[in-house]
Design a protein around this ligand. Structure first.
Ligand code: NAD
Length: 359
């Protein structure tokens, strides 16, 4: 029987890369019944809202979704639809593998990292107080009284909540993931030397989880600034990284850079029995509708989804087909070639067709 999966095209280049990924997944032979649902600009046009309830209901019901990127205007406008989906469905894990594929332009080789980022709290909780407002000044005075520290008048305040519950949950997920995927080491990344009551809680939870998995998975710790340097110097020394939300966001982009950029960086947002698979890249509006961008990140996100659905063999075949097309370098998009205007580049659809022919 076909398994139902929600399909969200998104906006910008979303519909092109999602269609490429859908074709590739269908071509693996895994039977999926796609339930199309709207979010972002197309949903605004059709339903008058960016994230219709039906879309969330569809993901909840099916337990899995493949999602294209969705534009978030900078400054003003609406808050990110992507963040809203993660919060509404409590997708507390952001999983981003960063793997070197021969043929991709990069200064590094043989990288095989997985970044596991806590997705539900930290400075991303969106609890902010604008500088200069009456309420903010009251808050500042209250904090000064409680902390016996001075805060400059007029300061803006962003709150960084980190709980034991969320820290334990993500730490356990990281170790479980390492066991299930045959990985060897988990490294907890933090700044607990400075932020004892937030990052300190996160680190403590990681240490406790490490004890539960002692003998099965190695554990190490790294302060986030040092981690940045280590990753640039010797990324091959790391395996699974587990991080609070903000550091996870930054380090996962750093890792995408190490493997050659956004065109080949897949991702997943995972909760309890529910997951949304999407590329790390955004909606790249300037390339919208041009059949130019690289579908690999979205297709590799599809491979992550197949693995999540228990279709390991099909997932491996799909990943290997992407790998083969990239390493041959004959049917690849502009970003994988030396010059951005390279005449040898093929389009999004054509690269997907080549991947299908390698399955
Ligand atoms: P972006 O990832 O959309 O694009 C940045 C640049 O990266 C592009 O101009 C392009 O040169 C390159 N690029 C991205 N994807 C590519 C691909 N598949 N193939 C080849 N090249 C590719 O980042 P941005 O410009 O900062 O963001 C654009 C919009 O996307 C913003 O509104 C942002 O908020 C949103 N966004 C959405 C998501 C999401 O839906 N999960 C993630 C990130 C950004």
């Amino acid at each position: 029987m076909a398994r139902k999966v929600t399909l969200i095209a998104g906006d910008g280049i979303g519909p092109e890369v999602v269609e490429a990924a859908r074709r590739c997944i269908d071509a693996t032979g895994v039977r999926i019944e796609w339930e199309e649902a709207a979010a972002g600009e197309p949903a605004q046009k059709k339903y008058g809202e960016l994230l219709p309830q039906e879309t969330l209901d569809s993901i909840r019901k099916n337990g899995a979704a493949l999602k294209g990127p969705i534009t978030t205007p900078i400054g003003g406008g609406f808050r990110s639809v992507n963040v809203a989906i993660r919060q509404a469905l409590d997708l507390y894990v952001s999983l981003r593998p960063a793997k070197s594929y021969p043929g991709v332009k990069s200064n590094y080789r043989d990288i095989d990292l997985v970044v596991i980022r806590e997705n539900s709290e930290d400075l991303y909780a969106g609890i902010e107080f604008e500088g200069g407002r009456k309420g903010t000044e009251e808050l500042i005075r209250r904090i000064e009284t409680l902390s016996k520290k001075k805060i400059r008048p007029g300061s803006g305040i962003s709150i960084k909540p980190i709980s034991e519950f969320a820290s334990k949950r993500i730490a356990r997920f990281a170790f479980d993931y390492a066991v299930k995927t045959g990985r060897k080491k988990v490294t907890a990344v933090h700044k607990a030397n400075i932020m004892k009551f937030t990052d300190g809680v996160f680190l403590h939870a990681a240490r406790e989880a490490a004890k539960e998995y002692a003998g099965k998975i190695d554990f190490s710790e790294a302060i986030v600034d040092n981690m940045c340097m280590q990753l640039v110097q010797k990324p091959q020394a790391y395996d699974v990284l587990v991080l609070p939300n903000l550091y996870g966001d930054i380090i996962s982009d750093l890792c995408a850079g190490l493997i050659g950029g956004l065109g080949v960086a897949p991702g997943a947002n995972i909760g309890e029995n529910i997951a949304v698979f999407e590329a790390v890249h955004g909606s790249a509006p300037k390339y919208q509708g041009q059949n130019r961008v690289n579908p690999a990140a979205m297709i590799l996100s599809g491979a992550l989804m197949l693995r999540y659905l228990g279709e390991e063999e099909a997932a491996n075949r799909l990943e290997n087909a992407v790998k083969a097309v990239i390493s041959e370098g004959k049917s690849v998009t502009y970003d994988l070639l030396p010059g951005t205007a390279d005449a040898a580049a093929v389009g999004t659809k054509e690269m997907a067709s080549s991947i299908i022919s390698h399955l």
